[in-house]
Design a protein around this ligand. Sequence first.
Ligand SMILES: NC(=O)c1ccc[n+]([C@@H]2O[C@H](COP(=O)([O-])OP(=O)(O)OC[C@H]3O[C@@H](n4cnc5c(N)ncnc54)[C@H](OP(=O)(O)O)[C@@H]3O)[C@@H](O)[C@H]2O)c1
Length: 357
Amino acid sequence: MKKIPLILFGIGGVGRALVRQIVASRQTVAQRNQLQFNIVAVADSRQWLFAPAGFSDEALLALEAAKGAGQGLGADAADYALAADLVHAVHSAGVGQAIVVDVTAVAGMEPALNAALDAGDGVVLANKKALAGPWETAQRYFDNPAVRHESTVGGGQPVIATLRYLMDIRDTVFEISGQLSGTLGFLCQELDGERPFAEALAEAKARGYTEPDPREDLSGQDVMRKVLILARMAGWPLSADDIEVEALYPPEMAELGVNQFMAASPSLNAGLAARVAQAQAQGHVLRYVARVTKEGGKVGLTAVPRHSPTANLKYISFHTALYDDDPLLICGKGAGVEMTAGGVLGDLIGLGRELFQ
Ligand SMILES: NC(=O)c1ccc[n+]([C@@H]2O[C@H](COP(=O)([O-])OP(=O)(O)OC[C@H]3O[C@@H](n4cnc5c(N)ncnc54)[C@H](OP(=O)(O)O)[C@@H]3O)[C@@H](O)[C@H]2O)c1
């Protein structure tokens, strides 16, 4: 049985679901893969907890519950400033080869990820930011057998695994497209029914479909990061500048507070309703579509045929040399912390099987 130490950065929605899944899947993972994951360190935005021998399942579930209740990591936790310090501390304590899991949503994790790779550790990411950073720093994480990131695109659907497979068999990818944001997909579907945008947005926010500041979704930046990750995996070293991004609000609304922004959002209704009407006049629907080729990408509102896969939030399409006349489609629900954490667990198992002797 391989016993694999894990260093967990982030214990929010996804991190907590991951902890629950690791505990609940122990027996199956051991039986099917002869693996046992041993969480030795956990960090949130302010503190870290480190136990060289690993935390018991009771301790992990108590931590999960405490974080779920809005508490901190507990009285034993130490303050920390640099994520890389935690990786170094774990290795200095003699814990062997480990896997670093980044389920934070922050930028600037590269020094910790690099420290892990330098030490021969594996890295599993649900956080897109390091992968979508400048190519000079991000390059190291692509085509790297020690790095997995299934949950960065498609929220757990096997989008990354499929692209990895296409690249492994030396297929040539021409174009990748789809709606890569569940939140924007929901909003577009609501607009179909001629619902005012601001009303649909308020409902999405109330249901927790959006980030606390909905502009994080509406800016298109998260979709841009996903497209960049897919492009880079396909062998196109694009940068953020190569992706044209349409935000669903004008620059002057960027400076407002969240409540002010929500109050001002009815000003967006008329413009969007006109675009929906224009699409419908052609027999199309308006969708927030991401499309990328080796030349660059485009992320924004597009009129697409009503019954095309692109009109359906569930599909991501790969147009390749092998799948030329009929694109390869991945179809399925791709949302929520459980599926995202499932993608992370799948990556941990994959790395455990392949990287650890
Ligand atoms: N939610 C989804 O359905 C979904 C789907 C696909 C991908 N993702 C990605 O998964 C990641 C996590 O999402 P989430 O929904 O779990 O976010 P979240 O609930 O905001 O949790 C983020 C966690 O990261 C911690 N954190 C912040 N800065 C940190 C730092 N410097 N070092 C260590 N931990 C730090 C936060 O600490 P505190 O607890 O102290 O705030 C929190 O525990 C994001 O990158 C997101 O884009 C999420």
